[in-house]
Design a protein around this ligand. Structure first.
Ligand code: FMN
Length: 391
């Protein structure tokens, strides 16, 4: 049995990825801010939400098609932006792009990806979105926006919840850095994970590919001059957002919004949709569980305003819960890197299949054939059960 064949749920993929990858890489993917309580809370709160089964409804013909941003997608979930994915498997970015095209799901390419804006658009076509970080050079950032425009991207996603990369203790202890550097501390770690080391190091240490164009050829710091993970990204403000709104001709979304008040302002400033997320617990350890904020933000922005959700989703039922609580579409982060870290492309394929099946099975139990019919009435509120359960 291959490793992919042994993936029956996200936890299996995580286990296999942990075995195959060096600790420094697994911890980069799996880790979170501070005590990591925020990350655990995202998952625990989602798990604690209960869905009320409905019976004797013909659910034989179920569809996983989901409409969002004016088009139909093959599944109701997609790939959240993640930097340096190629550390998990050589060509992981290409695997993600092919999966996006094959299953007709969105892939949000990170500013800090190991593949360029242009190459990813070629690989994933209209399924590719571009996520923007604005670092110290606004000039470079706006050039990335120009490149995304010229490459034909439909969706630009501005991430706003990283004014400063927070303390990710595992990364600090392991000496993890971007640009990725191999120090003496990593040698033993790599030696213990020969399958990863032979593949990934032989393919060449991944770089932040979008920045190679901006490098001063005389610089000794080579490709990394324009992208330093820990540099401040806290300079942008609402005025910057307005400027970006004016310069981006198509769909502009903002990622990393938790406060309903911020959601309202973003909507008023002409943003086309919001991505409710606490960055998978990787930024403010004490932030509320993202799923707790989702219905509040839905209430603030009203029905019909596009909302994406991520943070803590580890199974199909959680995808259904997010849809029921106001999301139009759900993204997953770590899950995909566990799957690819476990077994490359077959791992990714298996994970998509598992999650799709889990969503479909949940729909069957809930008496819903269409994802558009997933709504708040499916959430079981224990405290008010007498009022809702018997309607
Ligand atoms: C390894 C890794 C790298 C990430 N890099 C980025 C990034 O470059 N840009 C961004 O907006 N979010 C980034 N994120 C956050 C994800 O887009 C997403 O919000 C988060 O992973 C969702 O939580 P989940 O992992 O619990 O699904 C990263 C997350 C991980 C795990």
């Amino acid at each position: 049995m291959s490793r992919a064949e042994r993936i029956f749920c996200v936890a299996d993929a995580r286990t296999h990825a942990q075995r195959r990858m060096p600790r420094v890489v697994f911890d980069y993917v799996d880790g979170a801010a501070g005590s990591e309580a925020g990350n655990r809370l995202n998952c625990e709160v989602l798990d604690a939400i209960r869905l009320l089964p409905r019976v004797l409804i013909n659910v034989e013909e179920r569809s996983l098609t989901k409409s969002f941003l004016g088009r139909d997608w093959g599944l109701p979930f997609g790939i959240a932006p993640m930097g340096m994915c190629n550390l998990t498997w050589p060509g992981a970015d290409a695997i993600l792009a092919r999966a996006a095209a094959r299953h007709d799901i969105p892939l949000c390419l990170s500013t800090a990806a190991s593949s360029t804006i242009e190459r990813t658009r070629e690989r994933a076509g209209e399924n590719a979105w571009f996520q923007l970080y604005v670092g110290h050079s606004q000039e470079v950032s706006m050039d990335l926006v120009r490149r995304a425009d010229e490459a034909g991207y439909e969706v630009l996603m501005l991430t706003v919840d990283v004014p400063q990369v927070s303390h990710r203790l595992r990364d600090l202890k392991n000496g993890f850095q971007v640009p990725f550097r191999i120090g003496p501390r990593q040698f033993l770690d790599f030696a213990r994970h020969p399958s990863w080391s032979l593949g990934t190091l032989a393919a060449g240490v991944p770089v932040t590919a979008n920045f190679t164009d901006y490098v001063d050829s005389k610089s000794t710091d080579k490709v990394f001059k324009a992208w330093v993970r820990n540099e401040g990204r806290g300079r942008i403000d609402w005025q910057f957002l307005e400027m970006l709104r004016e310069s981006w001709p198509r769909t502009l979304m903002v990622k990393g919004v938790l406060a309903p008040a911020d959601a309202l302002v973003a909507k008023e400033r002409g943003v086309d949709g919001l991505y409710v997320s606490n960055h998978g617990g990787r930024q403010l350890d004490s932030a509320p569980a993202a799923i707790h904020m989702l219905p509040l933000i839905r209430r603030a922005v009203g029905e019909g305003y596009p909302l994406l959700f991520d943070s803590g989703v580890r199974n199909g039922e959680s995808i259904v819960k997010a849809l029921a609580l106001g999301a139009d579409f759900v993204m997953l982060g770590r899950t995909w890197l566990y799957a690819i870290g476990a077994d490359g492309e077959p791992g990714m394929e298996k994970m998509i299949e598992v999650l799709g099946e889990e969503v479909s099975l949940a729909m069957a139990q809930l008496g819903r054939c269409q994802l558009a019919d997933i709504d708040e009435s499916l959430i079981f509120h224990h405290e008010t059960a007498a009022g809702t359960a018997f309607e």
